[in-house]
Design a protein around this ligand. Structure first.
Ligand SMILES: *Cc1c(COP(=O)(O)O)cnc(C)c1O
Length: 370
């Protein structure tokens, strides 16, 4: 048993059949994204007792493997599920760090409240990452910009087909070595404007990080792929077609007058940790930062009158990705070519530099995991 400062004990049952050093080296030579998993998983169960009180129990590290679950488990029927995503980076001295995990812990609990799942104390959330990364430390890549992607999630495991919040829940963390999200060099991507589908509605689950939002975005994603795009842009059809976000990334606009604009958090938009960090770093650079409503018409106008300089998307997985073009059924909006000193690339380099330990962490964003 290992005990952390708060008394949450993680029992450690290590894999008897971990991948060999050769197998691991083969994965780390070409990690891709989300295709390979480490040898262990962190698990904590939650249950409502006979008095009706819910509590976390049996924190443990166990071998990675299939989850035995009753076919009537609520998550399989009603999608009571939330998740998070963050990365662990190996620094030059071999230590392993992650970026703003307390922000992910806070958001996880916000998502939990929306999906009627139990909250997990932030300290326990962070400790679970620490425990998993300590067990799977050899899996943290050391290549340029590479990381170990951490995926905490919570599922309703109670076997019950009635509709109510589950009384048995499981919190888990899995880890996956990650290379460059889009693969290869960083070219501006084309994105598809979804006019047939919205990803969120007012009062819905748009600002919760839940699997259901992603399930709902897949039909739009297929439409995007059929139109030669990798990502989808969603609008708010009830609010002048205001720009919201991509399926899994927030969006930013840079105007030639030095203003950086991102859609204001309106209840539909996910509170990206990268989004928040970009806003801070942009303000540090002296850009005028605006969180406000921006409509598709304003975007079209800014392209037409030449005031738009850059468009980019951001999120943990891909960090910052320039958007070269918005394709729509009526034609496309092309972003000017990125110059050598673009805001997108400058902030990307700075953010990655902080995360990998190459640039000073002036905001205290890093937490050591191992
Ligand atoms: C996770 C996510 C983001 C990005 O959030 P980060 O904390 O920056 O990774 C943006 N939009 C959606 C819908 C997401 O699920």
């Amino acid at each position: 048993m290992t005990q952390n400062a708060l008394g949450v004990e993680f029992e450690r049952r290590l894999s008897e059949t971990p991948k060999s050093a050769e197998e691991r080296a083969a994965v780390l030579a070409n990690p891709g994204f989300g295709d390979h998993f480490t040898d262990h998983t962190a698990v904590i169960d939650w249950k409502v007792d006979a008095e009706g009180n819910g509590g976390w129990q049996n924190a443990r590290i166990e071998p990675y493997g299939p989850i035995a679950m009753d076919p009537a488990a609520a998550v399989l029927h009603y999608g009571q599920e939330i998740f998070e995503g963050l990365k662990a980076y190996r620094h030059a001295d071999g230590t392993v760090w992650t970026f703003r995990p307390e922000a992910n812990a806070r958001r996880f609990n916000k998502s939990a409240r929306r999906l009627a799942l139990p909250e997990l104390p932030a300290e326990v959330f962070i400790e679970s990452l620490r425990q998993l990364v300590s067990a799977d430390r050899e899996w943290v890549p050391s290549g340029d910009g590479e990381s170990l992607y951490l995926r905490p999630f919570m599922i309703a495991t109670e076997a019950f087909l009635g509709v109510r919040p589950a009384r048995e829940v499981s919190y888990r963390v899995i880890a996956s070595p990650a290379g460059n999200y889009f693969g290869g060099e960083l070219k501006p991507v084309s994105i598809w404007l979804s006019e047939n589908y919205a990803r969120a509605g007012h009062g819905g689950t748009g600002e919760a990080k839940c699997g259901g939002n992603y399930a709902a975005s897949l039909a739009a994603q297929l439409e995007a792929e059929a139109n030669g795009c990798k990502q989808v842009l969603f609008l708010d059809p009830t609010d002048d077609f205001a720009v919201e976000e991509l399926g899994g990334m927030n969006i930013f606009f840079v105007f030639k007058d030095g203003t950086l604009v991102t859609p204001a958090l309106n209840g539909n938009i996910l509170h990206g940790v990268t989004r928040d960090s970009v806003l801070q770093l942009a303000a540090d650079r002296g850009l005028t930062v605006e969180e406000r409503k921006i409509t598709i018409d304003e975007w079209r106008q800014a392209v037409a009158d030449g005031t738009l300089a850059e468009v980019f998307a951001c999120g943990t997985a891909a960090v910052i990705t320039p958007i070269g073009e918005l394709k729509t059924a009526q034609g496309s909006l092309v972003t000017p070519e990125l110059g050598p000193d673009s805001v997108a690339m400058g902030i990307r380099e700075q953010l990655l530099g902080i995360q990998t330990g190459a640039v000073e962490d002036l905001h205290g964003w890093l937490t050591q995991l191992a």
